[in-house]
Design a binder for this molecule. Sequence first.
Ligand code: IMK
Length: 825
Amino acid sequence: MPTPEMSPSNGAKPTSADLQRSFLRHLQYTLVRDKYSATKADLYLALAYAVRDVLVDRWLDTQQSYYVNDAKRVYYISMEFLMGRALGNSLINLGMLEEWQTALKEMGINVEELLEQEWDAGLGNGGLGRLAACFLDSCATLRLPVTGYGIRYEYGMFRQKIEQGRQLEEPDHWLRNGNPWEIERPEYTVRIKFGGRSDFVPGADGRMHVCWVDTQDVLAVPYDMPIPGYRNGTVNTLRLWKAAATEEFDLDEFNAGSYTEAVAAKNAAEHITMVLYPNDASENGKELRLRQQYFLASASLQDVLRAWVYKHGEDFSRFAEKNCFQLNDTHPTCAVPELMRLLMDEHGMGWEEAWDITSHTMAYTNHTLLPEALERWPVNMFGRLLPRLRDIILEINARFMEEVSLRWPGGTERERRMSIVEEGGEPQIRMAYLAVVACHSVNGVAALHSQLLQQHLFHDFFELWPHKFNNKTNGVTPRRWMAASNPLLSSLIDKRLGESWRTELSRLQGLREYAGDKKFRAEWRAVKQANKQRLAEMVARDCGVEFDPTAMFDVQVKRIHEYKRQLLNVLHVIHLYDRIKRGDSANWTPRCVLIGGKAAPGYMMAKRIIRLVTAVAEVVNHDPATKGLLQLAFLPDYRVSAMEVICPAADLSEQISTAGKEASGTGNMKFMMNGAITIGTLDGANIEIREEAGEQNFFLFGLTAEQVEAARGHYDPAAIVAADADLGRVMHLLESGHFNLFEPGLFDPIVHAILNPHDPWLTAADFRSYVDAQHRAAVAYRDQEGWVRMSIFNTAASGKFSSDRTIQEYNREIWKLAQVSAHAE
Ligand code: IMK
């Protein structure tokens, strides 16, 4: 069958006329618009469809070559994929940005303006979801047969508005204007069971067979999104599942004459994929969330097994050799009992055989140590919703307890500690323990985090199975986070090092030799200046605050969480304000402080911290004394596309979590790549960032993770405040209502949290060393030549933090995939 290639079939680059034809064809025949009626949104869509055509050729080729090569595959299963915008990234990865710029310019159209039309795909909360997106980019770039499986939420991460200094949440109906990047695949719809009970029926073979019956079923319909590699012809797949009602469900109800009930039931089914839960690093225990998790796990596994049986029939002898499931935290851990169920109940395997396959194919990544984020599901809820899975989990646990008692005879305390089922008033399933028991690999996301997992959360398991545990320090994709978001820096680097750094980031080391070159430093500085100008325009537009681009840009953007200590940052700003008011502003380094991030809607303290930032900003920005010295802005609706403007423009990157609490961080890496200097604690990947950059090029402060642990029980914040005049004045400003004259008591909960001897985040303990480190940063900034040198050294040393390096480690040590070339390019 002849294939219709959208790019010229002789392999030649398409001409401007080719591109214009394709663009206009989509404008007219896909969107039914002409030049008179087309809006900017239509022009964006026409370009997106034209680019998609090129992706489709490579996509079909890639998937075909995976099939014919009988390649081993990985499935990255995640409740979150924080993809952001796709068009600019596709143009860069296809190597077609310049051609399109030229072609559309001839038609009077500016490509950059069209890119701005795209709505972010915000199907994630923060680092965990964005990591999944960076990993997909690296897998495609490394030609690895990796498919992402996730949920197609109708509503992604809420849009944050700030009104009267407070966070308002608005629904993110991201699909309203259609999504040109998704292809619905109704032919691969699968059926998901909920509720009902297990029936035991004797089979023809004399064995007992389990049937899960009287269930309420929901359909899972897949939507595929293309994931292009960087200029290599590979296009991988992100498959997202949408819930739909079954037809017969409707029919039964309709036949009974209850039209409205039928429509309501249809709605209930579709609710499963309606909305992303907006909690980052904290669980909420809602039944709908468990439904979402099982829905994702079951749909994805059924999809993989269908493809396997299509090719190999019922012969599963090589299944474990050919497939690997990487679980992004415990959220998709229902995949463990679900694979057991499918292999036993649907494919006739015995326990041992099914367990062998399950444990050899499943791998688990942990993303937090915070106890409030560790998922537990009541055994009863599990039994109601997924009775067959509950039975399988209990059997896994019974066999595991047997193993524990063999290794540690007579140790009931051990068994209690290690049991997957936490006993108590309401017995709970500990999903992290289930994952560790079932998976052959368990990894943390930074060296310190992986070490703490072995020493604390999973210590017993580490003693039992040391070989399972490993570290994979996170990374971020340099295609989006440098090439696409920082074109000025990229072309400056290209002129000295060539273009290969985009796929071999350690080549940035070559920048070190130019740090001594005065002309190069001036160019580097000019790039930063232009990027700061761009950010200042965004801040003026979205916050109504004027940032002077010659001031130091001091930036903290991330989810609002007490452990991330935005509060410590605000205390420092209040301290600077207090110094200005006291006339202590000789040799001042002008500073613009930007804070952004969303608070989970039910997280009252996080919302109060946002209120504090906006209240302090109001006072500081309107006091004539601070003019030219200090500005503070809270940026509303922090998201992927905002970070693309922010990270190229930062001078100082705030990574100030309480040591031992931030598993890794990934924003820290984006800032470093773009030449920001980090002020940070010895937490997560900060430790490795400092190792790479060198301690002279990093502003370190704060207690170590060990010291934080040791402080437990004898922490006396009141004494710290009493002994530190600066902190005392800051606390006094807070307590006296200086920032909340018309709302007395507004910040009392914050004052109490700081003064609480049980404050887990030790804000007061780190205040002094933080202020001192900030002072060193301010002094360093006054030596612009020295600062630029530090900036260059940071970018030069950021090679380790490419997600290409991370994925190569996953592949070498866990997945063991062969690279597969789609077609020569
Ligand atoms: C985050 C961690 O908090 C970050 O430190 C880390 O860089 C990132 O994951 C990627 O590894 C969301 C989470 C989580 C645990 C649970 C939930 N850990 C992270 N986000 C719901």
